[in-house]
Design a protein around this ligand. Sequence first.
Ligand SMILES: [Zn+2]
Length: 158
Amino acid sequence: MRCPVCGAKMKDVACRYCKTTKKEVLTASNKKALELRKNDREKAEDTVVYSGEIPSDVNATKLKVLTCTLGWFGANDFYVGRYARAIFKLVVTVPFFLLVILKVLAEMFLWYNLQNIDNILYWLSFLAAITFFLYVMDFVGVFTHKYKIPVVLGDKDE
Ligand SMILES: [Zn+2]
């Protein structure tokens, strides 16, 4: 387990560096983090941390299925509230797919007036490569505690 506060490996009950306890990490809440971000941005900036452990109020199966199936479109990021990342994936991957389909159709029906598609696709494919890379990272990460979920830590007492 990695400490979500300082990133160190947690071997004992608590992090050697910042004293965050394993219990705090295991009782962390994603819902609370999202609520706090909505209601009190400043406090959220101080309180919300990114945990590799899937908190109990996130459905682990649902998260894994979303990541594997629609991860390229940002579904898993939307689910845990990583909205900037989610929107980036969505606005790149959806147009990329649509243009690929359009290109296939254009070639099938010989719409030669759609040659500009190639130019747009060329540039968009670089961005799509980035979102695909993120998708693969998340795919692996969600099974290896590397995919980070915004949380508010739980109670400190043991
Ligand atoms: Zn720590």
